[in-house]
Ligand binder design. Structure first.
Ligand SMILES: Nc1ncnc2c1ncn2[C@@H]1O[C@H](COP(=O)(O)OP(=O)(O)OP(=O)(O)O)[C@@H](O)[C@H]1O
Ligand SMILES: [Mg+2]
Length: 252
């Protein structure tokens, strides 16, 4: 049996009176890749954001239920949300590097955490960029603007920036959907490398990408978790008719 990193119990989320997530229960295994799939508007991004409390930033959101990470409900009143978001990092569809140098992007989080020694920062920056598979491309231009990088490089830089604060879990919301095929396959290879060390959850509209990159897949429809299964089972022998219709392209 795999170790469980995140356990979701009876999670319901409303935007105002609109229920966007309905009574979700799920166990996400540690150091594996879990993919979230489903048609537009089914609640994938909303659900992803509940895992590091990014929905706290949105007005009028009401959340019931529990998200247990390492045995602790992250919705407990005494949880330090800043720490939580370090531990559960997030990568977005549109890469969002700061208008700073490559180096300063990666050093940003560690500096906020109080690390100021140059050699220590150099070490973290190099290690994170290597882990994000972009070091060779940027090592000669660490002090150039991050905005001078290509789109695919910017996305890997954002991954390096997330890794630099030493997360356990990395949430990725369609991280490659704005990228060309070569950059996309670099991100997919990177996900494969990173899962040795991190628990990764990826939202994707690309069925081939879910099949290639993930160990487990969750299919959502209209705010409900329809099916959660091993990816190979989900794509070869889904338990539910709705899943089969979606992955075979009959709707969505
Ligand atoms: N900030 C918000 N305020 C109010 N309603 C929202 C908000 N964000 C999302 N919703 C609604 O919640 C539902 C789920 O949206 P969500 O963005 O989670 O879907 P999604 O599965 O990620 O879709 P997509 O594949 O298009 O990204 C939708 O009905 C959406 O309109
Ligand atoms: Mg979304």
């Amino acid at each position: 049996m795999d170790d469980i990193k995140v356990k979701i119990n009876d999670l319901t989320l409303h935007y105002g009176t609109n229920p966007a997530l309905k009574n979700i229960n799920m166990e996400i295994p540690e150091k594996m890749v879990t993919a979230f799939i489903g048609p537009s508007g089914c609640g994938k991004s909303t659900f992803l954001r509940t895992l590091n409390r990014m929905n706290d930033l949105i007005d009028n959101v009401k959340i019931d239920g529990e998200v247990i990470i390492d045995g602790l409900n992250i919705y407990n009143k005494d949880i330090d949300v800043v720490n939580l978001r370090k531990k559960v990092g997030m990568i977005f569809q549109k890469s969002n590097p700061f208008a700073k140098s490559v180096y300063d992007n990666v050093a940003f989080g560690p500096r906020i955490n109080g690390i100021s020694q140059r050699n220590k920062l150099d070490e973290i920056v190099e290690y994170s960029l290597k882990q994000a598979a972009i070091w060779d491309e940027v090592k000669g231009r660490l002090h150039n603007s991050a905005l001078s990088l290509s789109g695919g490089q910017q996305q890997r830089l954002c991954i390096a920036r997330t890794l630099a604060v030493n997360p356990d879990i990395i949430l990725m919301d369609e991280p490659a959907s704005a990228l060309d095929p070569i950059s996309t396959s670099k991100i997919e290879e990177l996900i494969h490398e990173l899962k040795q060390q991190y628990t990764i959850i990826i939202v994707t509209h690309n069925m081939q990408q879910a099949a290639r990159t993930s160990d487990f897949t969750a299919f959502f429809y209209l705010g409900e978790l329809v099916e959660f299964n091993k990816t190979e089972v989900m794509f070869s022998n889904p338990a539910k008719r709705q899943t089969e219709d979606y992955i075979s392209g009959r709707f969505g």
